[in-house]
Design a protein. Structure first.
Length: 210
């Protein structure tokens, strides 16, 4: 994407977040027409965020399941950037007023200890395990800014840092069980609001709006 247009789109995103306006597609001529365009805008938008939220410390992966990809009209996952001051430890207080519309996605976070070689085919669990330094339970803070899901523009979503507003993590574990069989439970004020096995979190994320 032409850099000037990408920067204008990134400036627009920052202004919309600061004004807490509802998520909407970009106006022409700043709208991305390809996935590559959307990542160009995301890159400039994240650069603007770093002044307040710090450096890149990790990445989120979204739309990992086929049903969600079909719902959004895309055939592959998307990525966003996690910034240092948006990373919280278990017990943190998150202000709902800091988000347009806050959603919680229950995840498993992975810490890499070595560079993963590029491949043309998916890696197996056995191939990726030597590169993993730890895992932990995590909650992704998602800000969809009250998006209208009936006409969702996935390229605008991707440009908007794939809606990542931060992450909350538990203690990291360097050894872990078979995650597909682990049962997790989310509670609020002592009452359960959702539960699922690791296979649900890994393959079919479930969401809860706070």
């Amino acid at each position: 994407m032409e850099e000037t247009a990408a920067r204008r789109a990134a400036d627009t995103l920052l202004a919309e977040h600061r004004a807490n306006t509802r998520f909407k597609p970009f106006d022409r001529p700043n709208a991305p027409s390809t996935v590559s365009d959307a990542y160009d805008i995301q890159q400039h938008y994240v650069e603007l965020l770093r002044a307040e939220h710090g450096d890149t410390i990790g990445y989120k992966v979204g739309l990992t399941s086929k049903p969600m990809q079909q719902f959004c009209g895309i055939d592959h996952p998307i990525a966003g950037v996690v910034l240092a001051r948006r990373a919280h430890r278990s017990g943190a207080t998150i202000k709902r007023a800091d988000f347009g519309r806050l959603g919680l996605e229950f995840e498993i976070a992975v810490r890499l200890k070595s560079k993963v070689p590029a491949t043309t085919s998916p890696m197996t669990a056995e191939q990726i395990t030597p590169h993993i330094g730890g895992v932990c339970a995590a909650i992704e803070l998602v800000d969809d800014r009250a998006a209208d899901y009936t006409g969702l523009d996935v390229l605008a979503l991707l440009a908007d840092n794939s809606w990542n507003g931060g992450i909350v993590t538990s203690e990291w574990r360097s050894a872990w069980p078979d995650l597909e069989s682990v049962l997790g439970k989310a509670t609020r004020d002592g009452a359960a609001i959702g539960e699922g096995h690791g296979r649900d979190i890994l393959g079919h994320p479930f969401n809860s709006v706070a």
